[in-house]
Unconditional design. Structure first.
Length: 659
């Protein structure tokens, strides 16, 4: 980003750590250059992991340069304090995390020079020059800065204290050595996977039978599925094979009649533009790319000035963006996606074109607008980078095309008072879907982020739907039953989550909260942010809480044990995040004091530590019994604070060493 800014502002030359010229000096951070001091840096006594050292509350927080990037920090700090530099421009990412990156460096460097804020969603020269002319004083972003610091410090307090407390508790219960990490976003994210896994393990499949019939009409054949309505509920299954085969025998050779024949036209509007999470889900579904891989590819495209800022949570454009959009269309015409030429030709015929108001809404854009191509034509892209660019380009271009129009037909066929249902669909007009074809799952696939199965969820597909035309029929027409096919099925558990499914679950994690204000706070964020979710998944993998198998994420035994053992529900639910996000948003707007928020966080952390210390020891499977080899359970002694390994089969007991 630094080099792009320098080039756009006429600062020529090259440098490893900075570029200087034309009265400007451009330097950069490589992610965070500063981190919070570890507990022992405040007090050597805090190095020991002991109950009597908790909770840990640094006052004030202190920071140090990250060792791996110390050289770059020194460069930036030296420039901030150089005598001939009188003004500082903060051009980090436009958002809460970017504000924090700059603020920590600025404060650790002890700089007091006036700051201007540079804010852009694109790295094209035109966008950079426009943002440079529209800079605001740094004080205009004080609320954002306070919210960023508060979020970072609150996460540190919860993570450090809850992790140490839970680790001590697990060791006391006989769990293996090592750290049992707990975090505000990490732990409820893990809980989503653990709960799904336990639902799958506890699920007991139930058999059932369905009945399909094939009908002959003078204008053609079609199939239907048996159903009946019982007290307002639709029943499509038989509990036993005998019932299904008995009805098939009863109806064999009997005439039928079309009782209902309805048709309707259904219009489907173009999909909204991509935000980062939507792009990551689509790339995972289509190409099996991880969230981290997709973010990296999008970042590369952004740095090549080919797409807008990737870490966005908006699927809309501003009115100002919409005025620039025709130039983005022209860049697609000049780029390497030759397969888009027919669609671009169609737009030329009705030029000038305008985006529908569904896609343009200033109120739906906070820091950055939706992901779109820029005015720079794409050339020389290949592999996954090209695939990601094409997804973004097609989604943007599809927004200019009309609705997809489908003709839906429903038939109800009656045989001896028994009813069979048939659905059919014909695509009348492809509209936007010709440009941006929806991904089609294989027939056996189901979205893994759908609600968990209950006794009504089955491995067969429900209503029969025929893609293509059904024969032309009308109500009252007679038909012949040519065959009847009883089919065995069984209820199925929920599917294990792919990475895209977990992203969906994280994004929608607050939708079940009872508190309307908390639901509202999480509406656009959920667990984590578009910028942090990919890293959170990788963190859970590195900490051995989950593992990736092909395109599925599975909790490990360690991850399951952690969630099952936590007595503090607040650490496993989305409510904590919802509460924080609501208050941080108020802080950003200047409606809540940072001091009040942080005082409440300290109170919450103290209660979590107390709850973990006082809660009964978790039932952990210990090491194998020396006598019989079976795993021993950890049980409490009659003396407070002591625990034993006990083998139920041979009643052997051994003390658990204290942490």
């Amino acid at each position: 980003m630094g080099r792009a800014v320098a080039e756009a502002l006429g600062v020529s030359g090259r440098g490893r750590s900075l570029i200087e010229g034309n009265g400007l000096v451009v330097t950069w951070c490589v992610g965070h250059l500063v981190e919070t001091l570890q507990p022992e840096g405040y007090d050597p006594a805090w190095k020991a992991w002991r109950w009597d050292r908790l909770p840990i509350f640094p006052e004030p927080f202190r920071y140090v340069a990250i060792p791996q990037t110390r050289d770059q920090f020194d460069v930036v700090a030296r420039l901030l304090n150089r005598e001939d530099i009188t003004e500082v421009v903060n051009a980090t990412d436009a958002g809460r995390e970017g504000e924090l990156i700059f603020d920590l460096v600025y404060r650790l460097a002890a700089c007091a020079k006036p700051v201007l804020r540079f804010w852009t969603s694109s790295l094209t020269p035109e966008a950079i020059q426009e943002a440079y002319q529209a800079m605001k004083p740094g004080e205009a972003y004080m609320g954002l800065r306070e919210a960023a610091r508060s979020r970072q410090e609150a996460d540190w307090l919860v993570g450090i204290n809850a992790t140490r407390a839970q680790t001590l508790r697990m060791r006391r219960a006989g769990a293996e050595e090592g750290v049992w990490s707990v975090g505000r976003v990490q732990t409820p994210t893990l809980a989503l996977l653990v709960r799904r896994e336990l639902e799958i393990r506890d699920f007991k499949p139930q058999p059932f039978w369905t009945l399909r019939a094939r009908f002959a009409h003078p204008n053609g054949a079609y199939e239907g599925r048996w159903f009946k309505e019982v007290e307002g509920q639709v029943q499509e299954r038989f509990a036993t094979e005998e019932e299904a085969r008995g009805l098939a025998a009863k109806l064999e050779g009997k005439p039928g009649k079309i009782r209902i024949a309805t048709g309707r036209t259904e219009k489907k509007k173009p999909e909204l533009l991509y935000d980062l999470t939507a792009l990551q889900k689509e790339a995972n579904k289509r190409f099996n790319l991880t969230a981290e891989e997709t973010l990296g590819l999008a970042q590369n495209l952004y740095e090549k000035q080919l797409i807008s800022y990737p870490r966005t949570n908006s699927r809309h454009l501003t009115e100002a963006d919409a005025q620039k959009a025709p130039q983005w269309i022209k860049s697609l015409a000049q780029g390497q996606l030759a397969e888009l030429a027919p669609f671009l030709d169609e737009l030329r015929k009705r030029w000038p074109v305008k985006l529908d108001k569904r896609f343009v809404n200033d109120k739906e854009v906070e820091d950055h607008a939706a992901l779109v191509p820029t005015e720079k034509p794409a050339r020389g892209l290949a592999g996954d980078e090209l695939r990601i660019y094409e997804l973004i380009a097609r989604r943007f271009l599809g927004a200019y095309f009309p609705d997809r129009v489908e003709a839906k037909t429903t038939l109800i066929t009656e045989v001896e008072s028994e009813t069979f249902k048939t659905n059919g669909t014909i695509v009348k007009e492809e509209g936007w879907s010709a440009v941006d074809p929806p991904h089609r799952r294989k027939k056996a696939e189901k979205p893994a982020d759908s609600k968990p199965a209950d006794p009504g969820e089955a491995d067969d597909e429900g209503d029969e739907e025929t893609e293509g035309g059904l024969p032309v029929v009308k109500k009252g027409d007679g038909v012949d039953v040519t065959s009847l096919h009883p089919k065995e099925g069984k209820t199925t558990p929920p599917k294990r989550m792919s990475e895209g499914d977990l992203l969906s679950a994280m994004q929608g994690a607050g939708r079940d909260l009872d508190d309307e204000a908390l639901r509202g706070a999480m509406k656009d964020c959920g667990l984590g942010t578009p910028a942090t979710r990919a890293n959170m998944i990788e963190t859970l993998i590195k900490r051995a809480y989950i593992e990736r198998k092909r395109n599925v994420l599975l909790p490990t035994d360690k991850g399951i044990r952690l969630i099952q053992s936590l007595p503090a529900e607040a650490l496993c639910s989305a409510e904590l995040t919802g509460n924080w996000e609501a208050r941080l948003e108020r802080m950003r707007r200047g409606e809540e004091a940072r001091e009040t928020f942080m005082a409440d966080i300290r109170g919450f952390v103290a209660s979590v530590v107390a709850d973990l210390q006082e809660a009964p020891a978790p039932q952990i499977l210990g090491s194998p019994c020396p006598s019989c080899g079976k795993p021993m359970r950890v049980i409490p002694s009659t003396r407070r604070g002591d625990f034993f390994h006990r083998c139920s089969p041979c009643n052997r007991m051994e003390p658990v060493p204290k942490a």
